[in-house]
Design a protein around this ligand. Structure first.
Ligand SMILES: [Zn+2]
Ligand SMILES: [Zn+2]
Length: 121
């Protein structure tokens, strides 16, 4: 029998389909894995970037650290409601000072170092 008969027999019995399917699955798996690797790399890069970026120094009163004085008291002007309607929705506002007494947000790195230095001295 000639060698190509074997090829024909495999082809007829669906052997080729099996081989093609396997190759296709293998290729697809490799493709998915590469996408996953790319995705993981991206996530890692984002995490590293986030870790290196200092957090926004924003206080619990929603005002920036710069609005607080050395004692931590907030000087930002806020709208203080002075009158409410039946639904308890404020209808009139007066400008007043934020009554935050202490900055509680994240400290910028430069400030943390400065504090440590003053502690030592
Ligand atoms: Zn405030
Ligand atoms: Zn505050």
């Amino acid at each position: 029998m000639q060698w190509y008969w074997w090829l024909l027999i495999i082809f007829w019995t669906g052997g080729f389909g099996w081989v093609v399917d396997n190759v296709r699955t293998a290729l697809r798996n490799r493709h998915t894995r590469r996408l996953e690797l790319l995705e993981a790399g991206k996530q890692e890069r984002l995490a590293v970037e986030a870790a290196h970026r200092p957090p926004e120094p924003v206080c619990g009163c929603t005002h920036h650290l710069a609005k607080h004085d050395r004692q931590g008291k907030c000087h930002e002007l806020v709208e203080v409601p002075t009158a409410w309607d039946e639904q308890k929705k404020p209808v009139r506002f007066e400008s007043g000072q934020c009554n935050c007494q202490q900055y509680v947000g994240p400290q910028p790195l430069s400030q943390v170092y400065a504090d440590e230095l003053t502690d030592l001295a």
